[in-house]
Design a protein around this ligand. Sequence first.
Ligand SMILES: NC(=O)c1ccc[n+]([C@@H]2O[C@H](COP(=O)([O-])OP(=O)(O)OC[C@H]3O[C@@H](n4cnc5c(N)ncnc54)[C@H](OP(=O)(O)O)[C@@H]3O)[C@@H](O)[C@H]2O)c1
Length: 263
Amino acid sequence: MMLSDKVTVIYGAGGAIGSTVARAFAREGARLFLTGRDLAPVEAVAKEVAAAGASAEAAGVDALDEQALDKHLQSVINKAGRVDISFNAVGIPDTDILGVPLVGLHVEQFTLPIASYTTSYFLTARLAARHMIPKGSGVIMTVTALHSRAGIPLVGGYGPAMAAKEALTRDLSAELAPHGIRVVGLRPQAMPETNTIKEAFEPRAQVSGVSWEEWQRLLASRSHPRRLMRLEELANVAAFMASDKASGMTGTTVNLTMGSLDD
Ligand SMILES: NC(=O)c1ccc[n+]([C@@H]2O[C@H](COP(=O)([O-])OP(=O)(O)OC[C@H]3O[C@@H](n4cnc5c(N)ncnc54)[C@H](OP(=O)(O)O)[C@@H]3O)[C@@H](O)[C@H]2O)c1
């Protein structure tokens, strides 16, 4: 198994990506500490992977609350002695931030995703790094989207937020890699099997005049294999990137857009 006994904290573990990554990491032997703002969905994931034989604990932790994050990671260190992998899969509801043309967007709505995504990633990465540096090893990971590198209408501050997270991945790596810590992002293609993408499509549906089915076909047609990305595929790459087999990867974001976005 690629992640045997790797002490792993996942933030946003009740979500589509966080929960799928948790299942993949569990299959690879990771010792999981799953967190999310609401405890119930995180508990359900922890119970599921524990029933399959993995080690998993759930906790309600707001990934924008510095003190709550600190307290939780300290409890992980007290139990497990270290943190090997920190994975930030936090996502804020897209319906709150999408669908308004930039010329009509209020500044608060514009800055909401930029502040939320970058602050949460900064807080969880900084905290993990503080515990990883004395051990001389660790992996810090997060998720972005192709909006970081493509011009897409009606997404407000989401694109700048994703671009900022990818810049932070590079900067964290530049400072932390000399301490043996790798920092790697994942940039998946939109996965319409998730509620996130269905909800994100709604505000744009009326404006674009394209149906849900047509839009999925369009998305697939832009990829080289002419199909949609699957959560499972993202999670498999995440497990590999978190493992020592990816020791040569740091300071980068893996392009998982299947050709939709050129490097
Ligand atoms: N789904 C896709 O196809 C796709 C593709 C590319 C990129 N992404 C990006 O990947 C990220 C995750 O996507 P997803 O589809 O997994 O979203 P999701 O299903 O909505 O999951 C996001 C999770 O983050 C949690 N969360 C939100 N704010 C939090 C906070 N302050 N503290 C702790 N947890 C918090 C949510 O919990 P609550 O429900 O309790 O708020 C939810 O469980 C997002 O940035 C998204 O834009 C997604």
